[in-house]
Design a protein around this ligand. Sequence first.
Ligand code: HEM
Length: 132
Amino acid sequence: MGGSGEAGGEAWRGRYYRLEEVQRHNTSQSTWIILHHRIYDVTKFLDEHPGGEEVLREQAGGDATENFEDVGHSTDARTLSESFIVGELHPVSMQVYQYVMSTIVSFSWSNWVIPAIAAIIVALMYRSYMSE
Ligand code: HEM
């Protein structure tokens, strides 16, 4: 807290973008990334990023939160990042995104379990059929 007091520092508040809109900004002309549901326009920062342009371009148009946190960016890096915020992920997009993510997690169970059980039943039927 206690920010740098830059003028218009939080002009992005209340500006929402949908996931599809963010995904369109995946070029070197316009590079957006998502960090913790906030949207960052890092186009002008590509050349200056100490971690290199490539890592940012790889995440362009998508959610880079995990990679950003894995690096363990300094407080200075986090403060700097605030100057690139252009908006927030639209609440509906956020819900859809979270729903999709949770569905993938829960579906991967049924996706695996049902065919696995089916395969075991078929294998057992096949075995008893062959032994007769
Ligand atoms: C607005 C977003 C970002 C800003 C402002 C930013 C800023 C910085 C800064 C200032 C450093 C120097 C080290 C430090 O102070 O922590 C750094 C290093 C680094 N960043 Fe970022 N970064 C951003 C996003 C990302 C993302 C999304 C990734 C990965 C996909 C990434 C990967 C790295 C890597 C690999 C290093 C080098 C770490 C090292 O050499 O030890 N950065 N970044």
